[in-house]
Ligand binder design. Structure first.
Ligand code: NAP
Length: 277
């Protein structure tokens, strides 16, 4: 699809940045969107030095006017990559409805705003691709990530429905599901309750145990953002399946989940993680 235009959200760092660079290097016209365009100066300079067709465009996925402004500037879009996201992290009991809204505003309403904005034109044209960056947490929930997981489950549900509804019109939708990826993502989490250091919380011990356990699934090895960018490229260009898991941990979890019932899976994961909670 080189020469086609692709709009990517959240390209200031991590997976979005790697995808913007990989697709631009492949010859796509890249609209590299980010909510703070100053963070994209080096990306724009790199694009210029390499002769890439890449423009940094301001876009905050939480703001409808910002989405409309970016799409007006972008013109016709062949491919939309919903990548921007973050995590509200902590025990569910210590969350509020405002925390739920905050999590969903970026991870669910954001992609929804973009999808509904680009779909009419894609449908009329009879072509287009939407790639939604979900997570292993979009199919399997875990301790402490209830809101994040709920937001990615919701994104997966929207994606499946879109896949069923608009394939008829020649528009494809794909879901990319990374496990742990080496990006600034963990540093950008918003921590709540015990996770934010609330000493009086009954969940303090869980935070300690989880932090010790988290790397046991991967042996500390995380996928690189370029691995996820390659899966995004594959989804755009091959598009032969709905879901694209990325990383050893994601594949291990999905394989185990498929092979086991609920109790077997819980027991296997507790054992793997060494959790005594
Ligand atoms: N890293 C992982 O382990 C992992 C695993 C599975 C799935 N994912 C998913 O992969 C996607 C990218 O994450 P990442 O790992 O690359 O993390 P990251 O480095 O923290 O990147 C997140 C990106 O989203 C942007 N963003 C956040 N809120 C936004 C908003 N309101 N409007 C526009 N952009 C916004 C950030 O921009 P700012 O710089 O302005 O904050 C940043 O560009 C996310 O959807 C995440 O859920 C990550």
């Amino acid at each position: 699809m080189p020469g086609k235009s692709v709009l990517i959200t959240g390209t200031s760092t991590g997976i979005g940045r790697a995808a913007a660079e990989m697709l631009a290097a492949k010859g796509y016209r890249v609209l590299a969107t980010m909510r703070t365009p100053e963070k994209g100066r080096d990306l724009a300079e790199n694009a210029k030095a390499n002769g890439w067709d890449l423009t940094v465009v301001p876009l905050d996925v939480r703001d409808g006017a910002s989405v409309r402004g970016a799409l007006d500037q972008a013109g016709d879009i062949d491919v939309l990559v919903n990548n921007a996201g973050f995590e509200v992290w902590g025990p569910l009991e210590e969350m509020t409805v405002d925390d739920v809204k905050d999590q969903f505003e970026t991870n669910v309403y954001g992609p929804f705003r973009l999808i509904t904005a680009v779909l009419p034109r894609m449908r009329q044209r009879g072509s287009g691709v939407i790639v939604n960056v979900s997570s292993v947490a979009g199919r399997v929930s875990a301790l402490l990530n209830g809101l994040y997981s709920a937001s990615k489950f919701a994104l997966e549900a929207l994606s499946e429905t879109i896949h069923y509804e608009v394939g008829h019109f020649g528009v494809r939708c794909h879901i990319v599901e990374p496990g742990g990826v080496a990006t600034p993502f963990p540093d950008n989490r918003r921590l709540v309750g015990a996770a934010a250091g609330d000493e009086g919380s009954p969940y303090r011990e869980l935070i300690t145990q989880w932090e010790a356990a988290a790397d046991r699934l991967t042996g500390g090895a995380r996928a690189q953002p370029e691995d996820v960018a390659a899966a995004i490229l594959d989804a755009i260009e091959t598009g032969d399946k709905l879901r694209y898991p990325v990383g050893q941990d994601a594949n291990l979890v999905f394989t185990a989940r498929k092979a086991m019932d609920d109790a077997q899976f819980e027991s296997a994961m507790r054992q793997q993680l060494g959790l005594a909670w």
